[in-house]
Write a protein that binds this ligand. Sequence first.
Ligand code: A2P
Ligand code: 11C
Length: 337
Amino acid sequence: MFNVAILGATGAVGQTMIKVLEERNFPIDNIKFLASERSAGKEIEYYGMKYKVEPVSEEAFEGIDIALFSAGGERSKKWAPVAVSKGAIVIDNSSAFRMENDVPLVVPEVNPEDVKWHKGIIANPNCSTIQMVVALYPIHQRKKIKRIFVSTYQAVSGAGATAIEDLEMETKARFEGKYYYPKALPTHIAFNVIPRIDNFEPNGYTKEEMKMINETRKIMHAPDIKVSPTCVRVPVYIGHSETVVIETEEPITVEEAREILSKAPGVILEDDPFNNVYPTPIEVAGKDDVFVGRIRKDTAFDNGLSMWIVADNLRKGAATNAVQIAELLIKYQLIKK
Ligand code: A2P
Ligand code: 11C
């Protein structure tokens, strides 16, 4: 049994982490819910018991075995070294450490063994990257992928609890003929789509897009794979969707891809377009798997395949993946007690 702390417990991902730990019956001795001063004293229920949220502090990490972080990059940079110095292993959902050479970046269905070389911090990848590599890695193992073209349709919950409120408030305001300007998103989201997630880099790509390039290479151990991403925010509460086109070195048929994906860990194939069967975010929200549909031969490349990938960004894209990493730590006996 382990002592667990969640930093960012009041946030959209933090709340989902609590649910996922409970659902998976994670072996917990003591649990601590940490957030900012603003939330101090708020109550959170876990297994029917009420716990008070504590403001994060150095002492809060005393005796903690596993710390799940989801309070933004700045908080991770500040508190992860503190938690590690107190003996905790940090599983960090932010982008703060993902590309550090001594920090494993792990998707349990793809590179579970990478947890073994951690030095205290293990990074949880970006949500849009996780769902893409869960679906593409099994294909890559059979037919090497050279190139990936991906466009995302990302839910507002990826930008946190305030962005969820933004979608609700702006939609209501529009129906009431009132004006509302989003607080957490860069422009209007109700009845709109936004071709910008995170800040722009000098090369014209956003940080979110660069994460999809760099994280994919690191997780799949495929430094040469080419990724061309465009990331878009859509007025959906939960569930990121992606159109993905791959080019493989060898030809691959639709039947082969379906066969591979029907057996792939963490993947559910929902691909019967003529009977209107394909995944959508509303149906996928609340589930832990990555759903794939619309697999078809791409018309622009000889060895090309197109598909549609959907997953719950708060679950497999964040909380579930983090808890699965914690389960790997137990499986490989990496937690010192
Ligand atoms: P709080 O609710 O006290 O602000 P989201 O991504 O949904 O916006 O959630 C962000 C999470 O990060 C929340 O739990 C939030 O707590 C937490 N957080 C934000 N700022 C800090 C901070 N300075 N110290 C600790 N936790 C923070
Ligand atoms: C979004 N993918 O949907 C982002 C959220 O690097 O962990 C996650 C940002 C990150 O807005």
